[in-house]
Design a protein around this ligand. Sequence first.
Ligand code: AHR
Length: 497
Amino acid sequence: MTNRITVNADRVKGTINRNIYGHFSEHLGRCIYEGLWVGEDSPIPNTNGIRNDVIAALKKMKIPVLRWPGGCFADEYHWKDGIGPRELRKRMINTHWGGVVENNHFGTHEFMMLCELLECEPYINGNVGSGTVQEMSEWVEYMTFEGVSPMAELREANGRTEPWKVKYFGVGNENWGCGGNMRPEYYADLYRQFQTYVRNYGDNRIHKIACGPNGDDYHWMETLMKQAHRFMDSTTLHYYTITGDSWQEKGAATGFPEEQWSRTLKQALYMEELLVKHSAIMDQYDPEKRIGLLVDEWGTWYDVEPGTNPGFLYQQNTIRDALVAAITLNMFNQHCDRVQMANLAQLVNVLQAVILTEGEKMLLTPTYHVFDMYKVHQDAQLLDLHLISQDVKNDKQVIPQISSSASKDDEGRIHISLCNLDHQSNAVVEIELRGLVEGKVKVAGTILSADKVDGHNTFEHPDQVAPAAFTAFTLEGRNLRVDLVPMSVTVLELTSE
Ligand code: AHR
């Protein structure tokens, strides 16, 4: 079976916003506490309380933007609980996630410091569900006002004179569900009200983000756009890949039956339909595509690892997750005209994490390696690519064998990402390279694969699934022929001599 791709290297279709490679960190399980924050007195090497190993890994992956503090937690979070001397901060119960004590040691100052250490943009999610307009307004003032004001003075009293720059601000999270169980008509009005008081101070310019729909709730998108499109810079979409039959039985992260391979990828590929249909609704109200669609929660969601707190959402991460990440990022790249940001759920130790930790130990998941390999697409120009893929039939599921996207960076290097979704067979892809000078092209590549459908890394064996050099290609003139092993993610780099 041969698959065919044509890459038109001289036809640019748009710019891939680096924020498509963004992440999400919530006060949930061991994401913030232990995964990122260990405190200054921890024996785990840290910088001002944030673990050094995690910082180094995330910087290498070029994390562009980080969303915080939730998630469902955002609409229960009262930011003033998380400022001032840590020992005096309010201790409370994280009612949504595991019923554990939240000591508020990680608050606004710590999050902004984390973003500074990571050199990424902060994306703050405000509280609409249980908060007030005043509380949200004062948070923005606290973070961004320079000069004499009650909140700027409070910030200064807490050790920070200079205001921070905050670009991305979300007005509520999942307000159709955990964020207040609202109807779209009601939320759209609340959004209009709350966002009025999310002010631009000095030269800080806030990109206002309205809470968008869950999955295929097109009514929510339609209503929100109709009532509030003039007041937003972006809206959101949440979609999780679950494998089992329901949210009660989502399926296991490892040791799953082989037929769940195709089923999971099929569920992940549903993102394409969601992007097309939501974009079509947005186009009616915003044909110039000023408003971004931010997929600020996505990824796999399985049953928790046996023996762990069900409220902590801790799951292993396998080559299957790597494929979900890679095909989803290809879809986001292809829709970069509308998708301006995406945030994988979640950064460390929760759901489809890029990093897992256990005490002082840390491992990089297969999903991490995909983000690391794909970072070459950040801010690059999306190239026109035509794919004719063979089908893979399995467990009554039909999925394409190949997923792909291509981009050109500012140094003229072309990167083609190629996934073989087939877990049993090699995939041959014949790629015609148009718009390049024959005989002048050099090819190199990196591949990520595993020898079983749930191949993954453990703290004992952290490098079982790791990228390797890819050499299974031949180039004759403009025709590049590649041979991809089953269940693999490959990124090719084409440079001109
Ligand atoms: O990512 C876990 C949860 O999933 C988030 O808190 C919520 O927004 C979503 O339902």
